[in-house]
Each structure stands twice: as structure tokens, then as C-alpha cells.
Design a protein around this ligand. Sequence first.
Ligand code: EPU
Length: 434
Amino acid sequence: MDKFVIRGGNPLLGTIRVSGAKNAALPAMAAALLAEEPVILENIPQVRDIETTRKLLAAMGAEVELGYGRAQHRTTLCCRNLVSPEASYELVKTMRASTLVLGPLVARCGRARVSLPGGCAIGARPIDLHLKGLERLGAIITQEHGYVEARAERLRGAEIVFDKITVTGTEELLMAAALADGETVMQNCAREPEVADLADLLNKMGARIEGAGTATIRVKGVATLHGAKHRIIPDRIEAGSFIVAGALTGGDINVAGCEPRHLGALLHKLDEAGVKTVHNADSVRVISDGPLRAADMETEEYPGFPTDMQAQYMVLATQAEGTSIITENIFENRFMHALELDRMGANIKIEGSRAIVRGKTPLSAAAVQASDLRASASLVLAALVADGETIIDRVYHIDRGYEHIEEKLRGVGGQIRRIGEILPKRAVAPAVRA
Ligand code: EPU
């Protein structure tokens, strides 16, 4: 297991480039299951979840080419000859987004068998709303031995009202409805840019979707979809993480290749906290030269403040003058980073879904553990301002969703390096005599 060793205290200076959005790329790869012709996706981030999706699709018989570097982070997916519409527990357990294949598989093949994901570090995260929606579209759903099976000769359009806003749930049903017979109207949909990006791709493939990015989406089902070429939107959470890094370290960085329109709630909150940002069409410059002020924050569905930026914002709150109350409204268990931050000198008290952060407290190096993707990012940010050398264990979490974060941060002056685990010499077991 790799670790990061980070020496804090350097202001970040220069330009840092944002990769394609993991959470847009994953549904886009699943969408390729809907067509027989190749789907070409550009701006695919080089992260572990993409590799997991490649394996998942390949196990079903898809041909997936994945090229990075000069190949422009591109993948070509051809799902002409699917052999088995199944997603095994082995893959689903490492990445919940694997359940995104359920909708497209049942729509295209009439049958899908996908492992239930189970709970995870940030909450229970059921997929009941995905299943309820598929049933509304006429699928017969059965659950057995931890697997969900969906069957339908042909899905048919229906009215779906989500009881709760769900990002992958909206994406799942968008893909299923694209090939259903008749019109589907979905209400209370997630408005995340990743949902709109998926709809853009599906429309390029011949789908007839209107309203993606709003709470009501209309889908006129078509009989088949064809191949298409699509460029994935920039990762707003990676961009946000770098913006907060700039704000924290008192530097001057330009976060390039992002979409400032998707960062509204974060930039607004940072302004309240005393962080100056200037943006143009595709970059955000962060100039952090004054003191940070405490500002309360609540996570909400888009366009509200993203839960995926809560942990990073908490680090900022530890460095702001005054008390910030951070309320997590999306996931019930997303404060694992708070304990680790406390070990670095933060003063954070958790009361149910609220974290009370008293600042400003100097942070100092400690040995800490990453518990999930965004919690890991927050530890990296904390280490960049901490006094001394922090060691972060289990960085495989961060590799799931941040492309070469250590190289990118080094490029703007961060002192961060990756080390492999040094295994202790194996003790020689004493001989046992009967
Ligand atoms: N929920 C249900 N039933 C469902 C679906 C969701 O109760 O059938 C609940 C969840 O338990 C949660 C809330 O609804 O309390 C919202 O969950 P949502 O379904 O929107 O989350 P998701 O689709 O599983 C995506 C991102 C997450 C991100 C959330 C919220 C992907 C692949 N994942 O998850 O990203 O935190 O939306 O914005 O798009 C990450 O990248 O680190 C990450 C966790």
C-alpha cells in the first residue's frame, strides 16, 4: 500500500491543470453498453475507478481501449458482442458506481444481474430508488444472494418521481429510458453537471432527452442508439480541491482547464471566508494573502455546496479565525476525516450531522489514514499547511479519483512524494512439534 509523505509550509505557486471528471466518465462508459457501435470518450481521467470500469465492461464482452498521454486520455468502447450482462461482487464491492450498468444492460439486453453494493465508508447508500425507477419502466426486479436481477422484454416509458434526489439514480434511469418504448418524464432529478454531460453524450448517440441539468427530464425512447464521440467535462471536485489548496497555503495558483460555472457554491463560500478568486472561461486564479474567516457551510445537492468538497472545506475552516459550523446533509457518515484532522491539531467536535470547527489552530504533522476518496484529499490539503512531515497511509483511496495528484501538486511547489510500503522482514515461525 502506497503512502504519501508531505512536508507542509510551502505556498503553492503557478498553474495546475484539472483532469476530466471521474463522476462524468463513469456513467459515460456505462452508456456505451446501450449501443452496438463504438463510443469514443475523450478527457478520461487516469484514475483507478476508470480501470475498474474497464474491467467490469470487459468481463461482459465489451472491447475497451484505454489510452493516456498523447492518446489524449481517450477510451474507445465497443459493446457489439456482449457475452454476459453481469457485474460481479468482486468488482462492485470496490466501486459502487458499477451499479450504473444495470439500467443500460436491461434496456439493451433485456436482462441484467448486478451485485448489490452494500454500505460504504460514507454511509449506507442503498440503490432502492434505482430499482424502484426501473420497476416503473416495467422491469421485473428480483434480489437473491446479494445480487439484483432485472428483466424486461422492452422497457416502457413512464412517469418517475424520485423520493429523494440521487445522482447515479438519475443517470441510471436516464440510460434505461433512452431505449424504452415511449416517453419517460422524470421529476425531482439530480441537476449535477455530470447528469447533463451524460445526457449530452446520449443525445449524440441518438437519444432524445430534454431538460437534463434541471429537476425535470423528458426522454422520448428510441429503438436503438448509435456510436458517438464525446469529451468529458472537467472535474469540478478536483478543481475545487486545488482551489482550496491554494487558499490554504497562502499562494497564488491558477487552476486551469476547469469550468468555473460548475464551482459557483464553492467560490461563493470561499469569498465569504475571505479568499479572493478571479475566474475566466476555463480557469480560476486563487490569491490568498489575507486572513481566513469562519463561514458556516451546509452540503446540498447541486447547485448547492457539494458533499464531495465538505472534507476539503473543513481543513480551510480549521485555518479560519472563529467557529465554523459544517452540516453534512447528503451522507450520514462523512466525517471520518475530522478525527484525523484532530490528530493534526484541529479542534473539531462532531454532533450528529454537524461538525463544529474552532479555528484558527496550527496544524502539525502526524501519521494519518485515508478512509475514503474525499477524506484523503482533505488530509493532503491539511498536510500541505502542517508543520513538519505528514505521512498519509492508504492513498489507494485517493488514486480512485485524483489523477497523479502528487505530480500535479509538486508542479506548483508542494513537497509531496509517494512511497511504497516497506514491509517488515518476515519473522521465521518456530518449528512446531506435535
Ligand atoms: N440514496 C438512497 N437511495 C438510492 C440512492 C441514493 O437513499 O437509491 C441516498 C444516498 O444514500 C444519499 C443520497 O441519497 O444519502 C444521495 O446519494 P446519491 O445517489 O446522489 O449519490 P451517488 O449517486 O451514489 C454520487 C457521486 C458521489 C457523490 C454523490 C452526491 C458518482 C459515481 N458518485 O454518488 O461521489 O458524493 O453523488 O453528490 O457520481 C465521490 O466522488 O467521492 C463520491 C462519493
